[in-house]
Design a protein around this ligand. Structure first.
Ligand SMILES: *[C@@H]1O[C@H](CO)[C@@H](O)[C@H](O)[C@H]1NC(C)=O
Ligand SMILES: *[C@@H]1O[C@H](CO)[C@@H](O)[C@H](O)[C@H]1NC(C)=O
Ligand SMILES: *[C@@H]1O[C@H](CO)[C@@H](O)[C@H](O)[C@H]1NC(C)=O
Ligand SMILES: *[C@@H]1O[C@H](CO)[C@@H](O)[C@H](O)[C@H]1NC(C)=O
Length: 434
């Protein structure tokens, strides 16, 4: 290293020496001419006027050296425009390292990525191909006047963000209620801004707050819950496109949990019926149904067991076809994973075969009565009422009346008839006695 530096210094010294010699030449030439002029004219003001003229004739920078910003790997161009250069020479110098890069038409630097171009002896361009981060810094354009004149421009080298994989978390598995820490490290220039968010865009319950993203490299979740399970993105950006992200999945392990919304189910003989269970578990559980006796139920002609997954949720259903008396009793749904096992019972009870729809139930018992109404003959009606009473040995007057939509009317008819019978019988008896 030291050897290199020394070499560089020696080289620079040599270059400076060259510059000084050429400058001395130029000054000597211009100096001799001005001396000739001043000797001709004895004006005391001549000196200042000459100095003014001299200044006008000196090289001048036409514009400041613009700052240049370039992404690493691209090419950069630094421009230096000098008016009135005459016989003076332009050199490009790297300020931080005090290295001369070019003098006049020659590239001095041994950096193969540097080239030089010029126009009209006025514009001097320093080209840097495939810019590296080390190229960032101040560059000086200098003219070998005495004293030397110079301007500086800054070459900004920006680097798009990248994720430092070996310092960044990979997919993680945590037991529920433990803490989880996801870390994301990114590089780039300027230093990237890093944040975490869920891939699905949902909010994150972050230690009590519900947030959409978390600033910074570290995502530290206290007491992880199953709701934290999912894919997370670490996103790094620094204004230099493209931004970058890394996907890290967080898996939360917990033993199975089971919920049954309907623990008592009624079914009647011949019916097809469905029993349902919901479970949650991670790792995914093995779920099955058993009978009351503990025999595992397999799908077939009689049973159809279905389970559908959605994340760590599982919905399981058991369809029992054509219930027969021996199908009533308890059924058990079971969920098992590496962390535990749970089960729940559903009781299937027999209920009476439901009758036909409600309309029929109301109309059915008074079909007879209806028939008579249709005939609408007073006499018929009375006879039929008696018939009804006679055939239906179980029914009382009131029950018949209650079932008839025309109950009150029938009551009065019946009472009237009874009254008429009693009176007639009494009259006959009375006649017979007397
Ligand atoms: C160039 O950038 C520097 C800071 O990096 C700033 O001080 C200077 O004014 C800039 N020059 C121009 C011409 O923009
Ligand atoms: C989780 O972190 C908190 C605070 O840093 C600590 O008090 C607690 O003991 C940690 N819990 C576990 C299970 O490591
Ligand atoms: C009463 O009706 C039932 C059927 O509803 C019948 O079995 C029974 O023999 C009847 N009794 C009389 C006395 O008619
Ligand atoms: C007879 O009456 C009893 C109760 O009063 C009832 O349970 C039964 O169903 C009735 N039978 C008929 C045939 O109406």
């Amino acid at each position: 290293m030291e050897m290199l530096v020394n070499k560089n210094m020696v080289w620079n010294l040599m270059v400076y020496f060259c510059l000084v010699i050429t400058t001395a030449d130029v000054i000597a030439v211009s100096g001799s001419s001005s001396q000739q002029q001043s000797s001709k004219e004895a004006d005391p003001n001549a000196n200042s006027i000459n100095q003014f003229n001299h200044e006008l004739s000196m090289p001048k920078f036409a514009e400041p050296i613009p700052n240049v910003t370039v992404s690493v790997g691209r090419d950069a161009l630094l421009a230096c425009v000098v008016d009135n250069l005459r016989g003076f020479k332009v050199a490009w110098v790297r300020v931080d390292t005090q290295t001369i890069l070019s003098i006049h038409h020659n590239v001095i630097s041994q950096n193969p990525r540097l080239t030089l171009s010029y126009n009209d002896h006025r514009s001097w361009y320093l080209h840097i191909r495939d810019v590296h981060e080390q190229d960032r810094g101040w560059y000086m354009c200098q003219v070998n006047t005495d004293p030397m004149r110079s301007r500086q421009g800054y070459l900004q080298v920006v680097v798009p963000p990248s994720i430092i994989d070996k310092e960044t978390s990979t997919d993680m598995v945590v037991r529920e209620a433990n803490n989880a820490t996801l870390i994301c490290k990114a590089a780039g220039y300027p230093e990237p801004y890093v944040m975490w968010r869920r891939e699905d865009g949902d909010d994150i319950n972050y230690n009590g707050d519900s947030v959409n993203f978390i600033d910074g490299e570290v995502l530290h979740i206290l007491r992880v819950s199953r709701l934290h399970m999912g894919a997370y993105l670490c996103i790094a950006s620094n204004g230099v496109p493209p931004s970058i992200s890394k996907r890290v999945t967080l898996k939360v392990q917990f033993p199975p949990m089971l919920t049954i919304s309907n623990q008592l189910v009624g079914g009647y003989i011949g019916q097809d019926i469905k029993l349902e269970c919901h479970t949650e578990a991670f790792p995914t559980s093995i779920n099955f149904w058993t009978t009351e006796k503990g025999d595992m139920i397999v799908s077939g002609e009689k049973y159809e067991a279905i389970s559908t997954d959605s994340g760590y949720n599982k919905y399981m259903s058991l369809k029992i076809r054509k219930l027969s008396p021996q199908d009533f009793g308890s059924y058990k749904c079971v969920a098992k994973n590496s962390l535990g096992e749970t089960d729940g019972f559903i009781k299937l009870d027999q209920i009476a075969v439901p009758s036909r729809p409600a309309d029929d139930i109301i109309d059915e018992p008074d079909d007879d009565v209806k028939d008579y109404n249709v005939k609408s003959e007073m006499g018929d009606k009375i006879d039929k009422s008696f018939e009804t009473m006679a055939t239906n040995n179980n029914s009382s007057l009131s029950s018949l009346a209650a079932r008839s939509p025309h109950g009150n009317y029938s009551d009065w008819l019946v009472l009237a008839v009874c009254y008429w019978v009693i009176v007639s019988v009494a009259a006959v008896l009375f006649d017979g006695n007397s």
